[in-house]
Design a protein around this ligand. Structure first.
Ligand code: ADP
Ligand code: MG
Length: 567
């Protein structure tokens, strides 16, 4: 049957499309980068699938991307002979905004809808990856013909981006995907945005997609002696960026590569390039992003470091190369001495891989340390985005604990409220420690305000003692297993008896203890069901009473956490 079915886009997809159709976003050229990026992914997937699945009958000899422009018809087609999509995949991947990368965008769109006017700002396009949908910035109709490798029949999809699309069986579709844009009429007389112009296409490919490893081809006309001939030319240099020395690669090239592999739209904050020669050769190109993706704390998060073997893409998010607490790092590791057949199971046991991981981690941490020392502004930007994740390493990465403590920053009673310098390092804290102060004091809690206004804080304020204010959930965890920094022990001000007194104070307190002994005994008796002990506090200055935990008790926040999780 070749029945045409009309379907609706899912609500958020509809809203996004609406936004794109009326977009005044200035950088419309990026639609081509998105199409090429998808085509390149599809070719990677096919090569890998053909290698793994010997039953799959496909021709992988000439995998490539082809661009075809038709000036008369005003169409632009991007064609690949990659993995293709089944009908269900087309509906799921193209008809809905279901991918994790768009969850944040979805929220932003929903918020805009709720707000007055309901207009979503066009900057949203620049902030989030809109991928395939970006075609609707330049096209008033998009047609997609695709056939999944190994499937007998194909699918044709078409939409004007206005709420609905049509989908039908399309038996004659070649394997792979062809996306044809019916370009909007452009009113620009200089043809700056005429995407059927050869030089324009050439320029965009060069700028955004030069490093793509598959050939991007286009037919080129040339007239010699009145005779017009056409020939197929390859537009991209195909040079793997990680194989080139850093000095020869421009910032723009790194940015575009980062965006391609990370499906990101921001700029990299830092680029790390490494190579190892000898018994186990590999090259690595890593990026510290500028912005944390919204899904960094959910299971959905799955981008990360890609593994290549001898220039061949093997897998996304290779967890064996980057530990969980550095999951925000994006990039590529290209290993020379692994088999193309390598699997997760093999990687997990490979000693070379764990050695590479160790080196990558050290390099990432030392890069952050350099930022901290030489570019405080950048370091602060980094810490604001990724500090919460990095601190997970304090718990998990025993080998690098010292370095992690050094590059970590904390809010403290000394820095709180200081917009220019909101955090202190532990080194900074230690430097400000008072004569005779032995411990690094901290208090954990749900918010800065709660901690700052805690009765426990009073005596420390009165004595001018600095206290770290730890309010991230992960803080509750690491303080239990990290005991000291540079020989100075961490000490919770909410636990046990902290002795802040001079000898003179002590004498006075003993007198007071005597004086109130009867009252304390009576209180203890009366409260015996709820508290372990009642002591006269010498710590409070304003509050009449406070609850303290024993040294080895869990903290109230942790208690709440456990209770919430039903333990
Ligand atoms: P992203 O690439 O970030 O996943 P896109 O909107 O660019 O988001 O694409 C959505 C999905 O559609 C892709 O993940 C892929 O599964 C599928 N897709 C898009 N273009 C192609 C293509 N040329 N060949 C095969 N699948 C494709
Ligand atoms: Mg894409």
């Amino acid at each position: 049957t070749t029945q045409v079915e009309e379907r609706e886009f899912q609500a958020e997809a509809r809203q996004l499309l609406e936004l794109l159709i009326h977009s005044v976003y200035s950088n419309k050229d990026t639609f081509l980068r998105e199409l090429i990026s998808n085509a390149s992914d599809a070719l990677d997937k096919l090569r890998l699938e053909a290698f793994r699945n010997k039953d799959l009958v496909v021709d992988t000899d000439d995998l490539h991307i082809q661009i075809e422009a038709d000036k008369e018809a005003r169409t632009l087609t991007v064609r690949d002979n990659g993995i293709g999509m089944t009908r269900d995949e087309v509906v799921g991947l193209i008809g809905t905004l279901a991918k994790s990368g768009t969850a944040e965008l979805r929220r932003a769109l929903a918020e805009a809808r709720k707000a007055d006017g309901g207009e979503a700002p066009s900057e949203l396009i620049g902030q989030f990856g809109v991928g395939f949908y970006s075609t609707f910035m330049v096209a008033d109709k998009v047609t997609m013909v695709t056939r999944k490798a190994g499937e007998a029949t194909g699918t044709r999809w078409e939409s004007a981006g206005t709420g609905t699309y049509t989908i039908e069986e399309f038996p004659e579709a070649p394997q792979g995907t062809a996306i044809t844009l019916h370009l909007k009429d452009s009113d620009d007389e200089d043809h700056l945005y005429d995407y059927t112009t050869e030089w324009k296409i050439r320029e965009i490919v060069k700028r955004y997609s030069d490093f793509i490893s598959w050939p991007i081809r286009m037919e080129q006309e040339s007239t010699v002696d009145g005779e017009t001939t056409t020939e197929m030319v390859t537009l991209n240099s195909r040079k793997a960026l990680w194989a080139r020395p850093k000095s020869e690669v421009t910032d723009e090239e790194y940015t575009e590569f980062y965006r391609h592999i990370g499906h990101a739209w921001d700029e990299p904050l830092e680029v790390i390039s490494m190579r190892a020669e000898g018994t186990f050769e590999y090259q690595a190109l890593l990026f510290v992003p500028t912005h944390a993706p919204h899904d960094l704390f959910t299971r959905e998060h799955k981008r990360g470091v890609q593994l290549y073997v001898k220039r061949v893409f093997i897998m996304d998010n290779c967890e064996e190369l980057m530990p969980q607490y550095l999951r925000f790092i994006k990039g590529v590791v290209d290993a020379q001495d692994l088999s193309l057949n390598v699997s997760r199971e093999i990687l997990q046991q490979d000693r070379q891989i764990s050695r590479i991981q160790k080196r990558l981690v050290k390099k990432v941490l030392s890069t952050i340390k350099d930022l901290q020392a030489n570019d405080p502004g950048k370091y602060r930007a980094f810490w604001g985005e990724f500090g919460r994740v990095l601190k997970e390493g304090l718990l998990l990465d025993f080998d690098n604990r010292e370095t992690l403590l050094e590059i970590s920053s904390f809010v403290s009673t000394h820095t709180a409220g200081n917009a220019d310098e909101p955090w202190t390092t532990l080194a900074g804290y230690v430097e400000r420690m008072q004569d005779g102060q032995e411990h690094i004091y901290y208090m954990t809690g749900e918010s800065r305000q709660l901690v700052e206004n805690s009765p426990h804080m009073e005596a420390f304020k009165a004595k001018g003692l600095e206290v770290l204010i730890l309010t991230d959930p992960v803080d509750e965890m690491w303080v239990d297993s990290v005991h000291e920094y540079n020989g100075k022990q961490f000490r919770s001000i909410a636990k046990g008896d902290i002795d802040l007194d001079s000898d003179e104070d002590k004498e006075k307190h003993e007198e007071q203890d005597q004086e109130f002994a009867d009252l304390l005994a009576a209180l203890k008796e009366a409260l015996s069901d709820t508290v372990k002990d009642v002591r006269l506090s010498h710590r409070l200055t304003n509050s009449p009473a406070c609850l303290v935990g024993d040294d080895f008790d869990i903290t109230p926040t942790l208690e709440k956490l456990y209770r919430a999780s039903g333990q």
